[in-house]
Write a protein that binds this ligand. Sequence first.
Ligand SMILES: Nc1nc2c(c(=O)[nH]1)N[C@H]1C(S)=C(S)[C@@H](COP(=O)(O)O)O[C@H]1N2
Ligand SMILES: [Mo]
Length: 434
Amino acid sequence: MRKDRGLRELYEQDPIAADEAVFGRRTGPDRRGFLKGAGLAAMGLAIGGAIPFSRTMPAGLIPAALAESVEDFVIEGKNGLRVLNDKPVNAETPPHLLDDDVTPIAHYFIRNNGVPPESTSPQGWRLTVDGEVNETLNFAISELADRFEVVTLRLQHECGGNGRAGFNPPASGNQWTTGAIGNAEWTGVRMRDVLNAAGVKDSAIYTAHHGADSHLSGDPDKVPISRGVPIWKAMDPHTLIVWRMNGQDIHPMNGAPLRILCPGWPGSTSQKWLTRIQLRDVVHDGTKMSAPSYSVPYHSVQPGADVAEADFKIIESMPVKSLITSPRSGHHLPTGHRKLRVRGHAWSGDDVVTKMEVSYDFGATWVTADLHAPPNPYSWQRWEAELSFPTKGYYEIWARATNDRGEQQPFIPPWNPKGYLNNAMHRIAVMVPA
Ligand SMILES: Nc1nc2c(c(=O)[nH]1)N[C@H]1C(S)=C(S)[C@@H](COP(=O)(O)O)O[C@H]1N2
Ligand SMILES: [Mo]
């Protein structure tokens, strides 16, 4: 790290070595010194400014200013997404493109497990409802619209693996950072109404969702994903079967022409290219239903631990979380300005966010943000705050939400083998020039 670019590159290529270069080698088992002297100077050069709150900066912290790189990904009808994988397509949204209250289709993340169907035309598309019902039913999309009340709701929908990239030791799978979340306006019918039309038997305890996509191997006997939810979640009036997204056709990559939107639960429960909902008298055992898929240990485990299959539970409601969507990380205030308005969204699975706080001194002190009520249950909630920086220099803004159960976003969430449920506080870099 002779020159500042070297340190930035080192952080990209080998964060552990870079971390040692600025924070020094470990002296005890897990303690390192605070940033000072040559390390502080090198870090300041790499991020382009002095760090006024270096005293409260946690040892070993990789500055938010160094922790991001965004590539553009071109897919028809989408822009600005960061591609993580193209077989299958997986792409996430940078935080500043999630600033809208309603996530635009062009910026909505994509998480495919297999190959989407060739035709996503609503013409001739059928939905079958069968299993533990009094009568098997089969609908065209137009029949769903005619027969049941049509509703439009803003719904938060986050992949269970969002944030996986933040776990150490790393978990295999798509290395989502913060962008596998969206809050679109979905139009369709309540799953409850459709199930009730078929007549739900007392024996029905779980749903099984089936879609028209095919397995990556091309083997027609293999299924990319088929998940379900307990019957009570299926009967919640906010669990929908939808065919419109933001008043338009659903994007082909987001499950056109028909999908489930099961808000607040792992995104995988919201089957895309939906063809069949089967009610079952057992917990559904479809592809990616059993541990460790979409499951976490019942009790917290040591990072890197092996966990026995019997010690996993299926993820249900997603944890409390928030994003800073403006300004974009790396923002420079104009010369002579010390005040900054920051804003974003907060959400919490089946729960409501009741408090939102931001910090500009690495979490030493917190400013309470204005937090809006959701426009409807299960929408994310807008928050905003104004900050005044005491001096010039490099700052990080950290954001944390608290829900109505008193659960708060942690700095380091519990490690789990598949890297699910990372609800770490979001951080952005801000430079105050003078
Ligand atoms: N048929 C089908 N449905 C699916 C998937 C899939 O691969 N196939 N992926 C699931 C997962 S893991 C997530 S997170 C969400 C992603 O929805 P999106 O691509 O519209 O953002 O869809 C879910 N529904
Ligand atoms: Mo997912």
